[in-house]
Design a protein around this ligand. Structure first.
Ligand SMILES: [Ca+2]
Ligand SMILES: [Ca+2]
Length: 222
């Protein structure tokens, strides 16, 4: 500029490599590459939503989510865009299934589960998914084994309910020839967002007559 080498990074003197400095026009800035570049019209001062390629997305969606002029981002699976934030979709339904148990060799009194014949317990799991005001209750069939496995459906509920109220779990040894079944274990478990991932399996530690109990979570849909 005027025969004097300039840094070349100002609006009034933009350029590089010894080229003549240029005055950037209105609405242009001297960008990091020392070229005059159209000033983004999308930023925190102009855009309440998110910016996609310099354009403001005023009604963000799960495909382009953000707020206050931030760059739009795509929300991950099972999430929605709520007020510019990707959050879990509370309406998605999830199934909680018991798939495997390990039962202690004897009941909590130290007796065989089936005293009459000393056979393995006949184990089934009753699951009650929230809300407690309208629960979804599903039982597995009874399987005679100390490590029974099930492939039947579990109980289902929405993300919103499952993260607010616990699932009730009752494990029995089915005793058809006595008035009541032997209780193996009875408890509630509160799930959180980390549990609600498709095909996620998790195992509970020993409790009452159980050495372990393994669940699988499946995404059902809406
Ligand atoms: Ca029994
Ligand atoms: Ca038995």
């Amino acid at each position: 500029m005027g025969g004097v080498c300039q840094d070349g990074d100002t609006v009034g003197g933009c350029g590089r490599g010894g080229a003549e400095c240029k005055q950037c026009g209105t609405g242009f800035i001297c960008a990091a590459d020392q070229q005059c570049t159209a000033q983004s019209s999308c930023d925190v001062s102009t855009c309440p939503g998110c910016c996609f390629n310099g354009t403001c997305v005023t009604a963000p969606t799960a495909v382009a989510c953000g707020a206050h002029g931030a760059l739009c981002k795509q929300c991950g699976p099972n999430t929605v865009c709520d007020a510019g934030e990707c959050v879990p979709d509370a309406a998605i339904k999830w199934r909680v299934s018991a798939i495997l148990a390990e039962v202690n060799p004897q009941d909590t009194s130290g007796n065989d589960w089936d005293i009459a014949d000393g056979s393995a317990p006949d184990v089934y799991v009753a699951l009650s998914c929230p809300p407690a005001s309208a629960p979804n209750i599903v039982s597995t069939p009874a399987v005679e084994a100390y490590a029974p496995q099930w492939t039947s459906d579990g109980c289902t509920s929405t993300f919103g309910s499952l993260t607010k109220e616990p699932v009730s779990v009752t494990v029995y040894d089915y005793d058809p020839f006595t008035p009541t079944n032997d209780l193996v274990a009875n408890f509630t478990m509160q799930l959180s967002a980390v549990h609600l991932s498709d095909q996620l399996e998790f195992t509970l530690p020993p409790t009452q007559g159980l050495k372990s109990l393994t669940f699988r979570v499946t995404r059902v849909g809406k």
